[in-house]
Ligand binder design. Sequence first.
Ligand SMILES: Cc1ncc(COP(=O)(O)O)c(C=O)c1O
Length: 454
Amino acid sequence: MKKIITAWDVEICNEEGRNVIEVGLDDIVTAVAEENMQRLGISLVRKDGRSTASGEPVGSKAIKEDLPATPHEGDVLSEDFARGWQKEFPILQNIIHVANCSQAPQSLRVRKGIENYLDSWLTTGMDWDYWIEETVKAKHEFARLINADPDEVAISTSVSEATASIASSLDPQGARRRILITEAEFPTVGHVWLASQKYGYKVDFVPVRNGEIRLEDYERLIDEDTVLTSATHVYYQNGFKQDLKDIARIVHDKGSLFYVDAYQSLGTVPVDVKAMDIDILAAGNLKYLLGIPGIAFIYVKHDVAPHLKPAVTGWFGQENPFSFQIRYLDYASDTRRFDTGTPPVLAAFAARAGMEIINEVGSNQIERRIEMLSAFTRDLALERGLELLSPVDEKKKGATTAFKVEGDSHDVEEALKAKNIIASARGNAIRVAPHFYTTKDNIEEVMNRLAEIL
Ligand SMILES: Cc1ncc(COP(=O)(O)O)c(C=O)c1O
């Protein structure tokens, strides 16, 4: 059985006057244990005899050094690049994972981020300064991803909570009474807007036609009564991608706020909130941002934040969380006012590590590789007679390609799993959602197996 070597093991080793720790090939050495070994001059020896000099990391860092070089802006991410990065995701040695629209595979770096928190808690008992600092660093990483300022970012626990927070911040006494949302929103976002009708708003829908949304429908439906327009960037069902810049122009011409759910795009599609003129954006981390459940981020533009007063709030959203006064609300002057209670620290450690990978590889480079994989998937699917539910044009979609399933799509998900392929069923579709580390060989294997099953 796998052993986990923690800082305690290092401590005991030191107390006993030993300067070597022997571990099995599969044993895991935590980040803090590695650091302490380095500090105390203790070496690690794997059972295969491979020795590591005092404290030299044998885990993810060693593998990280083995990863392909960070690409430059404009580089095309090759098959070798993708294959090289698969080492960072242990499950990809045995399994083809194309369910990134649902949950990304575990990377060593994200695992290490989580271990850093667990080790810190284990060895220090409590280190709020370090833990809160890490949540701030996660905000910075998110801000970098969307070209925002870090003080335009708040932390939430899910996109549902983030959206509820925004809904609760609109002025129910304001002149505008209508919230316009698309039929392509993930249902949870729709549920939150529908629930906000109790504040006196009326919710109307922009239709999905043949799996897509037309700009002219925004033109037709947004009016002077619309307080907020809610649009998903990429449609969770079939990967259809909207042109946010064009929608923003229409939304702002009518004086509405523009809210974007970027959960299905961030990590594979570049988002620039300034260039796209987005007022508010929310996204979670477990899909293409390579993280885990429990955290989501909210961007609210500098000029907009001071006008919004969230009723979903708490001490971390106040100007000084540690003033410990209970008599009045004193919202933070910037987007930090959308922070609520104690932040999800563990998930923040994971989120930061995942987003760091995306920022390192680069959203522009990833987008080009995803477009290539989309075109490759489409061509193989059409050759095999599979029914595509996604846009044919790879420029009009994110990473997800959806295929029609007659009968229960979960059966197809299970049948693929039996062939070592993880894909994601949703409604009448099976979704194939690669990432930058997916190879063309992987896609070919998935298409071959899918053609056998469907
Ligand atoms: C586009 C989109 N928004 C929101 C969600 C769900 O958000 P949460 O569970 O964080 O509220 C999903 C989940 O799959 C999604 O795909």
